[in-house]
Design a protein around this ligand. Structure first.
Ligand code: NCD
Ligand code: ZN
Length: 334
């Protein structure tokens, strides 16, 4: 099985020591990734984007990997600023205030008129808007409650490309076909687990993430559009590393670290569902079409050979730590 230029369109690479510890896990097998801006402080200026991109390039060394950069959304960005940013970023990421890791400076309330100047400018400049779509309601309902906000924004800005990030519900899946300008990323873990896997038996902190995994029928709806490589969905791992002691703690940080196992597990999953022919579109071609990007060629060959997942990668526990997967990475060439 070969994949050409796999792309991870929702990736947390962090900064400092963590960046150096985990960047290789993505850069060795992916051709590029859309880098989330939820650092402390968030990435909100041209200087910050350029400096962060350089730190990422430094951390990945000689690997052929493109960090597609994002800005942390502020409703105060004006058209002149955004126009000057267009060459440096691939998208802008909007977080509701306080909804997830390092999102305190996000948006409160989704008043269209307040957001209009920035969103109108993004629409005119063709800069996609990526949204973490959750309200601050009951945890299982947060994403479904956000659907009306997606609908309002999609209607008010029909030319703005809006990417519903890491969707977890059948409600969000239904929006894809209802609005021309709504797209979505889907993670690996939300194709595999439900809330039962997180909290149905002994609590599994390494599967705890935002948005929380939902019900079996939600997972089925996500699987359907991923396996058919619906042209409006893309793979975005939301691989979100936290140190082991921040996960195995009272007050566990949200995030699942999947970068080192993502392609092996996706291949096994698509094979199981007789959908291997659609994997290339799900992990690369759809994202190329949606974002209008041309990634660095990178051929990743996967073979059906057992691979035992290490317990930790530089102090971070990956999904399926210690378990044996049925596919391995055989080689990577350009
Ligand atoms: C992410 C993180 O740790 O940065 N956590 C997560 O549970 N997914 C933030 C996010 O994408 O919500
Ligand atoms: Zn994320």
């Amino acid at each position: 099985m070969q994949l050409n230029a796999p792309l991870d369109m929702h990736l947390h690479l962090r900064d400092g020591e963590m960046l150096h510890n985990i960047a290789h896990a993505s850069a060795t097998t992916f051709s590029g990734g859309l880098i989330m801006p939820n650092l402390v402080p968030p990435i909100q200026t041209k200087e910050a984007v350029i400096a962060y991109k350089n730190r990422i390039l430094d951390a990945i060394g000689n690997e052929d990997f493109t960090p597609y950069m994002t800005l942390f959304f502020l409703p105060t960005y004006d058209k002149a600023f955004l126009s000057s940013m267009k060459a440096y970023i691939t998208a802008i990421k909007l977080y509701p205030a306080g909804i997830t890791t390092n999102s305190e400076g996000g948006v409160s309330g989704f008043d269209v008129e307040t957001l209009r100047p920035t969103l109108e400018a993004m629409s005119q400049l063709d800069i996609p808007l990526c949204i973490h779509g959750e309200t601050n309601g009951f945890v299982m309902d947060r994403e479904a409650e956000f659907a009306t906000i997606y609908e309002r924004l999609a209607t008010a800005f029909p030319k703005l490309k809006i990417i519903m990030e890491h969707i977890t519900t059948k409600t969000s899946v239904a929006l894809l076909d209802a609005y021309d300008n709504l797209y979505a990323t889907i993670t690996l873990h939300h194709l595999l687990i439900t809330l039962d896997d997180v909290a149905g038996g002994m609590l599994q902190p390494h599967l705890f993430c935002k948005p929380i995994a939902k019900r079996p029928e939600d997972r089925e709806a996500l699987l359907k559009v991923a396996l058919e490589a619906h042209p409006k969905v893309m793979f975005g791992s939301d691989s979100a590393p936290h140190p082991k002691d921040a996960k195995e703690a009272c007050g566990c940080a949200a995030g699942v670290f999947t970068a080192p196992i993502a392609l092996q597990v996706l291949t096994a999953l698509f094979e199981k569902h007789h959908a291997l022919n659609n994997l290339q579109a799900f992990v690369s071609t759809n994202a190329q079409n949606i974002y209008g990007i041309t990634p660095i060629p990178k051929i990743v060959t996967l073979e059906k050979k057992n691979f035992t997942v290490p317990q930790t990668y530089n102090g971070v526990v990956p999904m399926y730590a210690g378990e044996t997967l049925s596919y391995s990475i055989q080689g990577v060439s350009s």
